[in-house]
Design a binder for this molecule. Structure first.
Ligand code: FES
Length: 238
């Protein structure tokens, strides 16, 4: 299939919408790659061609970006993407054990899919660098939504629920969708008419652990030192 057959008029309209959001069209490349993933579940060669034509870039320029960032998948993803943080703090608190356990349970390694890619209940597993939630370690994400303070057992139950077609609520933030749905949101398009979605998004996104340092400082009257107004050194002009 050609890119024109894969990406319909609605996708072209969304691509044009994205281009209109930036002073220079090439700035729309990152969200446009997410838009491509919302259609196909990965960035195919046709997806690269689509972005190149929409943005008047070469395929080499689009490929260079698509292969640099780990959020752009060059192989078909599962219905869900499960990202387990194995960075320092999570690893020390059990992230490695969670990743190993899920790998054994699903029978896959990094960026491999359990099940037919894209089919209901299929899952791509990946290990991830710090997911910026060290205060709630060990964490994992499903389609970039957080599941905090996991154990190998709780993570396995979560994955089993996904395989059964369930969508367990994330610990915080927006309700769970699937990988393609999350990619559409990352491209900048949200379910405007879905009241349930927006009422859940309004839920709390910070926890007692997140605020603990700030509360301790407030209780003890600690403040940050005032920044001195130090003049910057002269840069020698050549
Ligand atoms: S080390 Fe896992 S979230 Fe930071």
């Amino acid at each position: 299939m050609t890119s024109t057959e894969i990406f319909d008029q609605d996708t072209v309209a969304k691509a044009q919408d994205l281009i209109g959001r930036y002073p220079q069209s090439r700035s729309a490349l990152l969200p446009m790659l997410h838009l491509v993933q919302s259609v196909q579940g990965f960035v195919s060669q046709e997806g690269i061609d689509f972005c190149a034509r929409q943005l008047d870039l070469s395929e080499a320029e689009v490929s260079a970006v698509a292969t640099f960032y780990t959020m752009y998948k060059r192989r078909p993803c599962g219905e869900h993407l499960v990202s387990v943080c194995t960075n320092t703090l999570c690893a020390a608190l059990g992230g490695e054990a969670i990743y190993r356990q899920l790998g054994e349970h699903l029978g896959v390694g990094h960026e491999e899919v359990a099940g037919e890619p894209g089919a209901p209940g299929s899952i791509m597993l990946e290990h991830a660098e710090c997911l910026a939630a060290c205060d709630l370690a060990p964490v994992l994400q499903v389609n970039y939504e957080y599941y905090d303070k996991q154990t190998p057992e709780s993570a396995t139950e979560l994955v089993e629920a996904l395989q059964r077609g369930e969508k367990p609520a994330p610990t915080r933030g927006a309700p769970l969708t699937d990988f393609k749905g999350a990619e559409l949101q990352l491209a900048g398009f949200f379910p405007e008419d879905d009241e349930a979605y927006w009422s859940d998004v309004d839920g709390p996104s910070q926890t007692a652990e997140t605020l603990r340092g700030a509360r301790l400082a407030a209780d003890r009257g600690w403040t940050a030192p005032v920044m001195e107004d130090v003049p910057l050194p002269e840069v020698e002009k050549k």
